[in-house]
Design a protein around this ligand. Sequence first.
Ligand SMILES: [Fe+2]
Length: 156
Amino acid sequence: MTQTAIALSTDAQAEINEALNQAVAETAVATMLAQNFHWNVTGMAFGPLHALFQEIYEDHFVAQDDLAERVKALDGHAEGMLAGMLKRSKVVEFEGTGSDREMVEAMKVAEETLASTLAGAGELAANHGDTLTEDLCIARGQTHEKFAWMLRAHLR
Ligand SMILES: [Fe+2]
């Protein structure tokens, strides 16, 4: 049965919030990853890559807020600490400098990881009847898959 946020049990809310905070953390780390690449990418594809990384971090910055505020609607604590985000996140930072290709590859892996995290969070929400969280997760998952495809297309 479909449940609204306040109709869910405390345990269900906590479980969904844990999954959402994972998504918040990974979205935030991916935001910084994209901004890092936006700043530091070099090569003959500088123009389009600089623009693509900007499109990604602008999307992700808005999404962090949407996901974190869904945690608040579910009566949870939104992960707001960078240290906490780095601890939770399966998306990892990019150490040092790299080629344009290495940056596209790292960003692609981040987008694929996020798509997987969001798909899992959506399934978990659905299992609790929380279709409104499920809907947010599906929309975010689709966006990450779109970015993953766009990045993958550079590598073929
Ligand atoms: Fe810029």
